[in-house]
Design a protein around this ligand. Structure first.
Ligand code: PEP
Length: 250
């Protein structure tokens, strides 16, 4: 069984404007220098407008930068979208696909598998997000829903993609709410994600992350679960010290 290196990724969402990105990167680099590089791999998903300056500031560090979304088409009439080549040109090494905040806007279905494929074909890493709503959990539909999302999102994946691919299980009811899944809930769902992803990829190699109100205070318990290989972090990633504290708990 291979050892899966933990991956801690910060999703800035629609936060961090202009010079704030430079200040963030300077502080992150200062802390990495002062306290050492954590064993976990680090990634950041800044807004599109900050990608170039963040990837430039962090060039030469171990931190990779990704887009919060990516379109499956190479180019064309897709107002407001961003292509793989645009992300790569801005210094990105990856892309997030299917975050629940994008799914809520109608970005669902087979296009997500095509986005994963496009990112990987373009040399980027791809992180697919999935997760159920509170209503679905309360109705006992979590397993069917998440299974469907994983199968749909991995429809175009190939076994040799596994090193550049990860899945973030993020229950919608835990995102930005301060309500974190219990370690048991998170473990059960991540084990399910691994089992289903194992239909497509080597289940021992695939990295499955948990996301939803992860903070330095709850990270160690979540990241200590056997099927949780890292975290996708929203709010707490806006402070470099908190992101690193989470990474050091992994
Ligand atoms: C997210 O944005 O994917 C997320 C998990 O946010 P938060 O950590 O703020 O819940």
């Amino acid at each position: 069984m291979s050892v899966r290196r933990p991956l801690i990724a910060g999703n800035w969402k629609m936060h961090v404007v202009g010079d704030e990105a430079d200040a963030y990167c300077a502080e992150l680099l200062r802390l990495l220098d002062a306290d050492g590089v954590p064993a976990a791999e680090l990634a950041l998903f800044p807004p599109f407008t900050a990608l170039e300056r963040v990837s430039g500031a962090l060039a030469g560090s171990d931190v990779w930068v990704g887009g919060q979304n990516v379109h499956e088409a190479e180019s064309g009439a897709h107002t407001g979208d961003i292509s793989v080549a645009m992300l790569a040109g801005a210094g990105c090494g990856g892309a997030l696909v299917g975050h629940s905040e994008r799914r809520a806007l109608g970005e669902t279905g087979p296009a997500l598998a095509a986005r994963v494929r496009a990112a990987l074909d373009g040399g980027l890493r791809a992180m697919l997000a999935c997760g159920e709503s509170l209503e679905q959990r309360e109705a006992g539909e979590t397993e069917d829903w998440v299974t469907g999302q994983v199968r749909e999102g991995l429809a175009e994946i190939r076994p040799d993609d596994v090193e550049r691919f990860s899945i973030a299980y993020e229950p919608i009811w835990a995102i930005g709410t301060g309500v974190v899944a219990t370690p048991e809930q998170a473990q059960d769902a991540c084990a399910l994600v691994r089992r289903v992803a194992g239909e497509f990829l080597d289940r021992d190699q695939i990295r499955v992350l948990y996301g939803g109100s992860v903070k330095p205070e709850n990270a160690a318990e979540l990241l200590g679960q056997p099927d949780i290989d890292g975290a996708l972090v929203g709010g707490a990633s806006l402070k470099p010290a908190d992101l690193l504290a989470i990474a050091r708990a992994a």
